[in-house]
Design a binder for this molecule. Structure first.
Ligand code: BJW
Ligand code: ZN
Length: 265
């Protein structure tokens, strides 16, 4: 593991961790740019995650989000989620910012997670914006998925929509402001499991770099950030993050060991 990152982490007062879909991949949840399955296999996720897709075919889109909600309920946090939560107990201030709409960080023990793109568990009325409370239980979907008509708002009768941020929509204002402040003020920023293609989330590492922070990217594949971070580690977050935790704070690692490489130091 890169000595510079270890020393920076040990000395850091403020750390930011920014995560994307890759961090939940080892929990069995597909990333965004993975192929869809079942009823949705002829669609790209990017085409389902838009206001116009919901407008055109609400049952197709609601059914997709229900199938994802069921998958999240059945999934468990992985070693990467757990390592981030453990890091939170070791640095004076850790701000966890995620683009993910699952709750695996919270279930791993992280608190006050900044969800830039909303949460699957928090749908709301598309007209009056009142939150909708799901009935108890996990949605039962046939193999391959199903079209499901979205429920209606108890108050105004309008359609309930997924509680996520689609392309062209604004991020939740206070959450975005807190994320931007944290990136501007941090000593170390770790960016894990994101393609860094979607803005404004992808500007957070750029903000930290411009402010002089030490930056680390963890991803098994190259991204456009490779050339600008202090260190890019090629490997799965479920192995690299526990290793980083172990080497920085002498914590016994539960991961199998080094299936990663530093590609830039
Ligand atoms: C592993 C791994 C392992 C695999 N370990 N790693 C032109 C027109 C319109 C808009 C724009 C435009 N140009 C720019 C914009 C703005 C637009 C944008 O960025 N577009 C780009 C695509 C060009 N952004 C927006 O629209 C945002 N809003 C906005 O800007 O508001 C102002 C505005 C208003 C009006 C008009 C224009 C602007 C909103 C963005 C919302 C994004 N929403 C989604 C869906 C959320 C709901 C849902 O989950 O369904 O968020 S899209 C999708 O992408 C999702 C993700 O959070 C996000 C990022 O994806 P992520 O997490 O990086 O996943 P992947 O799949 O891309 O990458 C996974 C990575 O993991 C890969 O690199 C793998 O290698 C890696 N990996 N296994 C570690 N084991
Ligand atoms: Zn309503």
């Amino acid at each position: 593991m890169d000595e510079r990152i270890i020393k920076s982490l040990r000395d850091a007062k403020r750390v930011v961790v920014l995560t994307g879909a890759g961090v939940s991949a080892e929990s069995g949840l597909p990333t965004f740019r993975d192929k869809q399955t079942g009823l949705w296999e002829t669609f790209k996720a990017e085409d389902l995650a838009t206001p116009s897709a919901f407008e055109r075919d609400p049952a197709l889109v609601w059914g997709w989000y229900e199938s994802r909600r069921a998958a999240v309920r059945a999934a468990k946090p992985n070693a990467g989620h757990l390592a981030i939560a453990a890091m939170g107990d070791r640095v004076p201030r850790l701000t966890l910012i995620t683009q993910n709409v699952d709750d695996l960080h919270e279930r791993a023990g992280s608190r006050a997670v900044l969800h830039l793109h909303g949460e699957l568990a928090r749908p709301y009325c598309e007209a009056c914006r009142r939150p909708y409370v799901f009935p108890d239980g996990i949605p039962q979907l046939p193999r391959g998925g199903a079209r499901i008509e979205p429920p209606r708002c108890d108050t105004c009768g309008a359609r309930i929509r997924p509680g996520v941020v689609w392309f062209g929509e604004s991020l939740p204002g206070p959450t975005w402001a807190a994320a931007r402040e944290a990136a501007k003020d941090c000593d170390v920023l770790i960016c894990a499991g994101t393609s860094s293609l979607v803005y404004p989330a992808a500007s957070l590492p750029e903000i930290a770099i411009a402010a002089g922070a030490t930056t680390l990217q963890i991803n098994p594949n190259p991204t456009d950030l490779d050339g600008s971070v202090s260190v890019a580690i090629r490997g799965p977050s479920g192995s690299v993050l526990p290793q980083l935790l172990a080497e920085t704070w002498d914590v016994v690692s539960s991961s199998g060991g080094a299936d990663y490489e530093a590609v830039r130091t």
